[in-house]
Design a protein around this ligand. Structure first.
Ligand code: EPU
Length: 341
């Protein structure tokens, strides 16, 4: 089954809850359906204006979208091979990522648990390289299955070709952004117990509890629900900005004024420092700052929220205000993590 709708309302398709229209909206349930949409005469001549979305949890519509929004509902989760130490799992791009984490935890497969409770679908996790609490999705990936929008053939991209980095992959950039629609992914999970509990307050959240998959997942869900707003109640797209990576020298200047500034070392030829954008925004005096219907979230300044009736422009303008204010205060240019359409 496929559907192609003209002037489609996007309210249900973005977690910011922005009420805009897309010129064309196509939904498909399998690869054949995706091929049918892409060869439909309405779509075919505009292949350059295609944007494939998942749950819409990492996008901001800046206004009505002139082009084609695609949304896949390709489901499926299947162990394709296993040995004593690991399983290789094939997942459809339209699965909800957190359902996969729950499945993995219930089957005692290790590696996905730190990525608990991140909104969005698997296809978006592939593109965005979602990450939290010291883990990144890209590290689990073996191959990504994509449909080439020019040839309509399926291709398999191995992990080393995806160029995964901090919230980065080839799928976010041209020419691949237009060329590939992610239809599935194979990830490897471990059968051997191992945890990554170094980040932030995970250890203290687990104090006095047995350290097992279920409890680690519970702790992370709890930390996230305390800090991050539920998009079903308050429209948002998680972290709006990326954490900037700055030179050691610039970091020392900030540290001289703010001895408690949090930071993470970034290895590389020249060692750099990652500073939480949330901290920079809060210390620029913007905690709770409101502009139209958009607001800097009180409990985590990295998140911009729709207080109820924000228009796209309120959020875009608030983002500009935040970027400008942080630049003035710290001379650091932060940039959006959210994809602005
Ligand atoms: N902080 C502040 N004020 C704030 C926000 C944060 O002072 O308003 C400080 C915190 O106290 C802490 C540090 O900044 O010392 C880091 O905060 P947190 O642990 O909340 O993590 P983050 O760096 O702000 C990143 C990811 C999140 C992910 C968490 C946990 C990015 C852009 N964001 O946030 O990802 O959940 O780490 O791993 O890297 C997302 O991508 O949507 C997302 C929520």
């Amino acid at each position: 089954m496929i559907t192609i709708t003209t002037n489609a309302r996007m309210l249900e398709h973005n977690t910011f809850g922005i009420d805009v229209q897309a010129e064309l909206f196509g939904e498909y349930e399998n690869i054949e359906g995706l091929r049918m949409i892409l060869s439909n005469p309405l779509v075919e001549h505009r292949k350059h204006d295609i944007w494939n979305i998942g749950q819409g949890s990492n996008i901001l519509f800046s206004g009505d979208f002139k082009g084609i929004i695609l949304h896949g509902r390709i489901k499926g989760i299947k162990v394709v091979s296993e040995d004593d130490s690991s399983v290789l799992v094939k997942i459809g791009a339209g699965e909800i990522w957190d359902d996969i984490v729950e499945w993995a935890v219930n089957h005692e497969y290790y590696g996905a648990e730190n990525l608990s409770a991140i909104p969005g679908e698997v296809g978006a996790a592939v593109v965005q390289n979602i990450g939290a609490y010291g883990s990144e999705f890209g590290n689990l990936v073996e191959t990504v299955e994509v449909l080439n929008t020019e040839t309509l053939q399926i291709e398999h991209i191995s992990q080393d070709k995806c160029h995964y980095g901090y919230r980065e992959s080839i799928f976010k950039h041209q020419p691949f952004k237009q060329r590939y629609v992610v239809t599935g992914v194979e990830i490897r999970l471990s059968k051997i117990e191992s945890f990554n509990l170094e980040y932030g307050n995970i250890k203290s959240a687990l104090e006095g509890k047995v350290i097992d998959l279920q409890n680690v997942r519970k702790a992370i869900v709890e930390i996230r629900t305390n800090k991050l707003p539920d998009w079903k109640k308050l429209g948002n797209a998680g972290s709006f900005f990326k954490n900037p990576i700055i030179s050691q020298e610039q970091f020392e200047q900030i540290k001289a004024l703010y001895p408690n500034v949090p930071s993470y070392k970034v290895d590389g030829e020249t060692p750099m420092v990652k500073v939480p954008a949330g901290w920079l925004i809060e210390n620029s005096g913007l905690k709770g700052f409101q502009h139209g219907g958009a607001q800097v979230y009180e409990k985590q300044c990295l998140v911009l929220i729709n207080t109820g009736n924000a228009e796209a422009k309120d959020i875009v303008e608030l983002s500009d205000i935040v970027i400008r204010t942080v630049k003035e205060k710290f001379n650091i240019e932060i940039s959006p993590e959210v994809n602005i359409l």
